[in-house]
Design a protein around this ligand. Structure first.
Ligand code: BES
Ligand code: ZN
Ligand code: ZN
Length: 470
């Protein structure tokens, strides 16, 4: 499917069908209102009405705000994909809505059929947005930025959706190398030999029972005179069986998505490099597989992390925080960043706290959390703050080591996981760091908003939006 933004000169473009978005108020003034009324179309949010003989598809929206437009566009593209129409056009007169239309078409129309023997084929090949106002140049910038971010989101979804047999730590490293080559990024990969030298014992312990070597991946996007330096850190559990604290069968299904934080980080650096933003961005990924076996790490082990802090393991399924402890420490030694953000499918507790749709935001800087909240609402992603407090720190105290990887109480699990990570953030970086728990938001088995079955690409849109404002 090709999407383009056209201006006045091609406004008389002929396509198979035209999309028209209408609020209930706009419907009352529409020239087709009688026939639409007959068909029972009331322009309620996400309702559709094909007028085939008029070559029109009417789409209902509650209002003309971005969230409503995005949602209605998703419904429209799904309906169009079931028809034989090859080309569609729509008139846009507010350039601030271009990104919502693009996201609706690209993200709502996304399908992943890599493992189907019969690939889904749609007739629709051409989508043309027509923008008639004078500031076409500004509109085309909005349009191309939106395409870059939406494509990066789909790139992230594709990796999340790849099965653990195809995407394991070494093949993840290979994929990162290819991204680096395609987008002119620098790329450093640490295999197990280098991880030993770096004393990344927590990473090595988690990955020890896997037949795949653990990897630490570091990609860098470095423009000429960067205004800021950003470090992004991603949890890349290419599979999380739970380890010896084995997950029950039903909870293990979907755990290929435990690499979604790492996939988001790759998607974000891809977007930033294509948007050509004036900031230096580092992506750090711990790619590890958490398995069982005679050489698996155990509940009762004490690990000496890269930072020197010792960790009592009481549950091998709380492995993400162990991997991140080493990656965060490595990232802070390598780069003196202005901001540090980690993305991780870290806890089921985050889904219990916020529901499946919302990313949990944790950290010390109220200002930074506020900026992220603004960016996410502009980008159409849901985030909410889960506040730290000193009392919860008691829950991850250990009798035998510096810290414990599991809380001694069943409450506040998302926050205690965030506080565990906080223990590996150096004093001077406390205000620069935020942790994003995307356990719920990164993957879905039922469609919602712009998301279809599988990886959602959570994090890519709101972080790209935030980085654009720097
Ligand atoms: N990868 C899981 C968290 C998760 C759960 C992500 C469901 C997405 C959906 C993580 O490694 C994990 O297993 N966490 C445990 C921590 C507990 C053992 C302290 C959890 O949430 O149950
Ligand atoms: Zn786990
Ligand atoms: Zn995990």
């Amino acid at each position: 499917m090709n999407i383009e933004l056209l201006n006045k000169s091609n406004s008389d473009l002929k396509t198979d069908i035209t999309l028209v978005f209408l609020t209930p108020t706009q419907l009352k003034k529409n020239s087709k209102k009688t026939i639409l009324k007959k068909a029972g179309f009331e322009a309620t949010q996400d309702s559709l009405c094909f007028l085939h003989d008029k070559e029109m598809l009417m789409c209902g929206v509650a209002s003309n705000n971005a969230d409503d437009i995005r949602s209605a566009t998703c419904v429209a593209i799904k309906a169009l994909n079931k028809t034989k129409y090859k080309s569609v056009k729509l008139l846009i007169d507010d350039k601030s809505l271009i990104f919502a239309f693009v996201e609706g078409f690209v993200l709502g129309g996304y399908t992943y059929d890599n493992y189907k023997s019969k690939k889904s084929k749609t007739a629709l090949q051409q989508v043309s947005f027509i923008y008639l106002n004078d500031d076409y140049k500004l509109a085309i910038k909005n349009f191309s930025d939106a395409i870059i971010v939406a494509d990066a989101t789909c790139f992230t979804r594709d990796i999340v959706n790849t099965i653990p047999e195809d995407l394991n730590p070494p093949s993840f490293a290979k994929l990162a190398k290819k991204l680096a080559k395609d987008n002119s990024l620098m790329c450093e990969i640490l295999g197990e030999k280098e991880l030993k030298k770096e004393k990344c014992n927590a990473i090595l312990a988690v990955g020890r029972a896997s037949r795949h070597d653990s990897q630490l991946i570091h990609l860098t996007y470095k423009p000429k005179n960067p205004k800021k330096i950003i470090s992004l850190i991603g949890k890349g559990l290419t599979y999380d069986s739970g380890g010896l604290s084995l997950k029950p069968g039903a909870s293990m299904v979907t755990m290929k998505m435990d690499k979604a934080g790492a996939c988001a980080v790759l998607g974000i650096i891809k977007a930033v490099s294509e948007l050509k933003l004036d900031i230096e961005v580092h992506a750090f990924v711990g790619a590890v597989e958490n398995m069982i076996g005679g050489n698996a790490y155990k509940p009762d082990d004490v690990l000496v992390s890269r930072s020197g802090k010792t960790i009592e393991v009481r549950n091998t399924d709380a492995e993400g925080r162990l991997v991140l402890a080493d990656v965060l420490d490595f990232a802070q030694d390598k780069v003196n960043a202005n901001y540090m953000f980690d993305f991780a499918t870290l806890t089921g507790a985050c889904m219990v706290a916020l529901g499946q749709y919302t990313t949990g935001v944790m950290g010390h800087s109220t200002r930074l959390k506020h900026s992220i909240s603004k960016a996410s609402s502009n980008a159409g992603e849901l985030t909410a703050s889960l506040p730290f407090n000193k009392h919860l720190n008691k829950q991850i105290k250990s009798e035998i080591a510096d810290i414990c990887n599991m809380s001694n109480k069943p409450y506040g699990g998302a926050i205690t996981a965030g506080l565990f990570l906080d223990a590996f953030i150096k004093k001077q970086n406390k205000q620069k760091w935020l942790h994003f728990d995307i356990a719920g938001s990164a993957y879905t088995e039922s469609p919602w908003d712009v998301n279809v079955y599988g990886g959602t690409g959570a994090g890519v849109r709101f972080m790209s939006e935030f980085l654009k404002t720097l």
